[in-house]
Design a protein around this ligand. Structure first.
Ligand code: AMP
Ligand code: FE
Ligand code: FE
Ligand code: ZN
Length: 284
């Protein structure tokens, strides 16, 4: 029995609606899944209903973009209370930052004589969490770039002419927000962010786990991160980071994450919720 704890939908930069993600999860034989759209939980209600229909366990999740020592990190939140107002307010702020960044990047493109409008990007994104993948798709649809990858290479990658730095919440604040919403905080794809040296500081800040299994991790990477997790008392998790058809073929279910990893994560989230949740906050 396998699970996939890292999936994106049309509520951020994935190309499948939640119902399509759930259908494909069923076809892949998954026992449980989480939806981890960037800086949002807006797709979780539909995903919960779709998973109930498919008889798959659903774990409400998100993927926050955070910063530690100038390095961008992605922090996954699991078993979140979807009605926790302070968490929803923080997400809403991160989404506003994303929308503003689309305007800023469109202005940079315009200065480069690429007449892409922010509205064309918002039409492609059709969600509150727009990002560079939506700009890339709009550039292709507008005939300004031949491919999605070309859009990143020519314009959107860090250091390329239309790139704009993004405000990021601190990693400690991201972890705290997740805990206060009753969730467990997990470092996503550490290999992609080259942040191995930050794992001790993240553990000290309350991180609960490391995503050791990921599409981009080799067996050697997974072994290294598993050892680091053990060393720092962190749980191990994993997921495919499927973005639908954005990056070639759908990845859902291709990373074999043991179902047995779910229960410890659930327990850890419950403990964090008790320690940092509203009851305690009200008492302070
Ligand atoms: P953003 O949150 O707007 O900074 O966009 C980040 C997203 O863009 C990530 O989730 C990746 O999926 C995608 N991405 C980042 N770099 C590249 C790249 N070089 N080629 C394709 N996709 C990328
Ligand atoms: Fe993404
Ligand atoms: Fe990520
Ligand atoms: Zn992701």
């Amino acid at each position: 029995m396998f699970i996939d704890l890292h999936l994106h939908s049309t509520f951020s930069d994935g190309t499948f609606a939640p119902e399509e993600v759930a259908r494909r999860a069923k076809r892949a034989g998954l026992a449980a899944v989480s939806l981890t759209d960037h800086d949002t939980v807006a797709g979780c209600e539909r995903m919960a209903a779709a998973c109930a229909e498919q008889k798959i366990e659903f774990i409400p999740g998100t993927e926050l973009t955070a910063d530690l020592e100038g390095i961008e990190l992605h922090i996954l939140g699991y078993f979140l209370n979807l009605r926790h107002a302070p968490f929803l307010e923080a997400l809403s702020h991160f989404q506003d930052v994303r929308v503003q960044r689309i305007h800023d990047m469109a202005a940079k493109l315009n200065a480069l004589d690429v007449p892409l409008t922010a509205d064309a990007v918002f039409a492609v994104a059709n969600c509150r969490s727009p990002g560079r993948p939506h700009i890339a798709r709009a550039l292709v649809e507008g005939g300004f770039c031949a491919t999605f990858d070309e859009a990143f290479e020519r314009f959107l990658k860090q250091g390329r002419p239309a790139w704009v730095p993004k405000f990021k919440v601190s990693a400690a604040a991201a972890i705290r927000l997740i805990h206060e919403a009753g969730g467990a905080a997990v470092l996503a794809h550490p290999l992609l962010n080259r942040c191995d040296h930050l794992i001790p500081a993240l553990a000290a800040a309350g991180l609960d786990g490391i995503e050791v299994l990921h599409t981009k991790h080799s067996p050697t990477d997974t072994a290294r991160y598993t050892a680091l997790a053990r060393e720092h008392g962190l749980l191990t998790t994993g997921g495919s980071d499927c973005h639908g058809l954005n990056k070639g073929k759908p990845l859902i279910g291709t990373v074999k994450v043991p179902h047995a990893w779910l229960e410890p994560l659930r327990l850890r989230a419950a403990q964090q919720g008790l320690a940092h949740g509203p009851q305690l906050a009200a008492a302070v």
